[in-house]
Design a protein around this ligand. Structure first.
Ligand code: KG4
Ligand code: ZN
Length: 342
């Protein structure tokens, strides 16, 4: 596929797949003109996780405000836009529907093309704000809903070469945090505690079959929960910091080693890490160390582009737009959308 990736573009991106209502304007796929995010984290915290019905309702409340804010901050007008890109999936269906319908209404009202975007491609393309992508590459997408190793031979080409067989990495962080009595989302809490702890407890690493690029985190999660129960039964006081550091080490080691195996197997010239868990300090430092040893360029987006946002959707949507991907007003949300069609 020969894309003119230097073509001038101005794209409005919209993201509502989970608990952030977000809209952003991105120029030429790499310049953020605006990036508005209304987070619902505080609302879901008291339930200990995202409540889908509540999420949908808040997206409905926020979608217009956030789109107007993104347009106002961008300094561009509707007629300057080339297209509207929206997350079609994967995600919570009720949440996705709000963004999809909002995007359809805006595209119809302003006579703009509508470009469907796969959420994971958005996380990957958040890296293009940091530096231009070099192909072939391996991207490790680790978030609350995903743990995916994606091989890209060129722009807009995605092949999943490894995925989780049970929990996503972020889900494991959130569940372990909950067992430790920490608030939602648990990832940042574990990260913070681990900074003061020692990785002195040995928790398992699930390597799976020889050569497998798949992941499994449910065994690790159970091992942590069992450890906590056993220690409590024996009346031993545990160090939350050490549990956090030991658990985090186990996750990071598996993520990093499998990413490096994939990079070697697919002769990658660059490694990308993306998704909420790439905010994790141990994952970041271990990825950096391993990539350094192999002399491979590694890119991880800045923290605020690691978690869900719409700038990344606009960036991935730019590639979709250049590829000629278009949706009409029958576009529907797809909670299990496969990546290969994008
Ligand atoms: O990408 P994201 O915002 O949403 C999804 O698409 O899922 O990722 C959210 C996930 C949550 O599970 C959260 O606990 C995790 O990312 N996370 C972290 C850190 N910051 C966020 N996990 C580990 N360490 C962190 N510093
Ligand atoms: Zn995400």
């Amino acid at each position: 596929m020969n894309l003119d990736i230097n073509q001038k573009t101005m794209i409005l991106g919209i993201e509502t797949s989970c608990d952030e209502t977000a809209a952003a304007v991105v120029e030429n796929g790499r310049i953020i003109r605006s990036n508005a995010v209304a987070s619902q984290i505080d609302i879901h915290r008291r339930f200990g996780g995202v409540v889908p019905e509540v999420a949908s309702r808040h997206h409905v409340d926020q979608i217009t405000v956030v789109c107007e804010e993104a347009m106002a901050q961008s300094g561009v007008s509707w007629k300057d836009l080339d297209a509207i890109a929206v997350t079609q999936g994967p995600g919570l269906v009720g949440a996705l529907l709000v963004g999809v319908n909002g995007a359809k209404a805006l595209a119809f009202a302003h006579h703009l093309p509508l470009v469907p975007v796969h959420h994971i491609t958005g996380h990957i393309y958040a890296n293009r704000f940091v530096r231009e992508l070099i192909f072939p590459l391996i991207a490790m997408v680790v978030s609350g809903g995903h743990t995916e190793l994606v091989y890209m031979k060129e722009h807009g080409s995605y092949e999943v070469v490894g995925t989780t067989r049970d929990d996503a990495a972020g889900e494991a962080f959130d569940k372990v945090a909950r067992t430790l009595g920490l608030p939602y989302p648990g990832g940042p809490e574990i990260d913070r505690l681990a900074a003061d702890g020692k990785a002195s407890i040995h928790f398992p690493r699930a390597w799976l079959e020889e050569g497998s690029l798949d992941f499994s985190f449910s065994g690790l999660k159970s091992a942590v929960i069992n450890y906590l129960h056993n220690e409590a039964q024996r009346g031993n006081k545990i160090s939350q910091e050490d549990v956090a550091a030991s658990f985090q080490d186990s996750v990071a080691e598996v993520l990093v080693r499998k990413t490096m195996v994939a990079a070697e197997r697919y002769h990658a010239k660059q490694i990308l890490v993306a998704g909420g868990v790439s905010a994790n300090s141990r994952v970041r430092s271990e990825m950096e160390r391993a990539a350094d040893v192999r002399n491979l360029p590694l890119t991880i987006p800045p923290l605020k582009l690691c978690t869900d946002n719409a700038a990344m959707i606009a960036a991935a949507g730019t590639i979709g737009y250049l590829k000629g991907m278009r949706a009409d007003l029958t576009l529907n949300a797809h909670p299990n959308l496969p990546i290969e069609a994008f």
